[in-house]
Design a protein around this ligand. Structure first.
Ligand SMILES: Nc1ncnc2c1ncn2[C@@H]1O[C@H](COP(=O)(O)OP(=O)(O)O)[C@@H](O)[C@H]1O
Ligand SMILES: CC(=O)OP(=O)(O)O
Ligand SMILES: [Mg+2]
Length: 206
């Protein structure tokens, strides 16, 4: 798509759906990712907190009396976009509220984008350069608001969003969303379900 040399490339991938993660892909291989032992680590997600002080477990238990199961449930199912906005885990609902001037909704979007931008910047440091940044997943493929917010935070790496193309890229459309001469950011529509089905078929066929 970009004519990059597969064996000499550094690509950042932001897969933003309900679950969300970022990945550093060097020379075609994933060399780092934001999720950890469980999908809770890393980015702010629909209902998952992402990175948080691990002492939150002992604090919420000792100070506020929550059980281990309750804290696990809060961090996985009641945090993230839902917990920050106190509205919904669906990014569209929060974007609409922010557009109407709801400050809490705007803060939620800013936290989401700030955490993502910091992770991507860290990956850039790890790989030594960025040839392209790929947005995918429901939010990555459809939200021009989130993409613009993140790219502006990463302008130090030479990203310059093309506002018109960015706004016109959604619902399965793929393509570059930055200006000519900018470090490349693009949308790549994924079909995870098809990949999972193909991988499963390949595994059970043997
Ligand atoms: N037009 C849109 N603008 C902003 N966010 C959107 C839009 N369309 C879908 N989304 C977001 O995409 C999320 C779902 O992404 P998806 O990749 O399907 O999730 P999953 O991780 O469940 O596979 C929704 O929760 C919603 O927040
Ligand atoms: C791991 C993951 O992406 O979870 P979800 O199905 O919530 O998106
Ligand atoms: Mg998905």
């Amino acid at each position: 798509m970009l004519g990059l040399d597969y064996d000499n490339s550094a690509i950042l991938v932001a897969h933003l759906g309900n679950g969300a993660s970022a990945c550093a892909v060097k020379n075609g291989k994933s060399v780092d990712t934001t999720m950890g032992l469980t999908p809770l680590e890393g980015l702010v997600m629909g209902t998952r907190s992402g990175d948080i002080d691990p002492n939150v477990f002992s604090f919420l238990n000792k100070q506020l009396g929550y059980s281990l199961d309750e804290i696990t449930d809060i961090l996985n199912k009641k945090s993230g976009l839902l917990g920050l906005s106190e509205m919904d885990n669906d990014c569209r609902v929060i974007e609409d509220a922010a557009a109407q001037g709801n400050e809490r909704a705007q803060l939620t979007l800013d936290v989401f984008c700030n955490v993502l931008a910091k992770k991507l910047a860290g990956f850039a440091a790890e790989m030594g350069r960025i040839d392209a940044l790929v947005f995918t997943g429901g939010i990555g493929e459809n939200s021009s608001v989130i993409r613009k917010n993140v790219l502006e935070r990463l302008s130090i790496f030479g990203f310059e969003v093309d506002e018109k193309t960015n706004e016109e890229t959604f619902r399965g459309k793929s393509g570059v969303i930055t200006k000519p001469g900018s470090t490349v950011a693009m949308v790549v529509a994924t079909n995870e379900e098809l990949m999972i089905a193909r991988d499963t078929e390949a595994l059970i066929a043997h």
